[in-house]
Design a protein around this ligand. Sequence first.
Ligand SMILES: [Zn+2]
Length: 271
Amino acid sequence: MEPFEWDRDRLTLRISEWERAVPGLVCGFTTRLGGLSAAPFDSMNCAMHVGDRDQAVIANRELLTQKLQFSIEQWTCAEQVHGNDVVVVTSTQRGKGNKALADAIPSADGLITGDSDVLLASFYADCVPLFFIAPSQRVVGIAHAGWKGTAGNIGARMVEHFAQSFQIEPKEIRVAIGPSIGGCCYEVDGKVVEAIGVQLPKETEPTYTKMKENGKIQLDLKEANRVLLERAGIHSILMSRLCSSCRNDLFYSYRKEAGRTGRMTAFIGFN
Ligand SMILES: [Zn+2]
């Protein structure tokens, strides 16, 4: 069963299993539908760095936060630089990047918070969103894993920060891997597979790659992240089957749209 399910208004895909199990938890992923942005960002683009009008982006963020019963003042996001740095966010950083790119939390691709009045948000068009929760401690996280973040094993970096900052063990953490480009549509060259392979034993390679006749390789980034997270000690992992390129009607796809498009939002927090 697909773990990311439509909400009643079909504005967001929610990790329903988690939301049912953990009171007050709000977590999920937007699609490209239901917002105000014009083409090629139509219509629910929530990212400011892609060339869309700031006014439209802020209006989309307002719409989404209201729907989630948060305020835009709680919306907190990072710069996202395709790295593997993780920042633990407290209430004092609440609102960073909510209305301007310039004050987003710099140089980070992973955010974690144990404060209940913060809504963590990050942005995607093909890259893999990783959602984290330690339900007993009510600590949540979000990480942006494109191929570079995956090669930097950002999933394991998140697990380390849960331990360092909150003394939470891997067995207490659940992870959900969100909609993103699938192995079906993500063709890469050997250099990319090699970079990811540094983190993993060679024999795991066939679980996330498939050789094509043209010499290119199909890379399943979601699966590569799943294997990395398992090796970091995470046993509870949900994984979306949705491909952002196959379902370009529903999602923005950086590859399919040759780089000029909007971004979906991954969000997680307590309200
Ligand atoms: Zn696909």
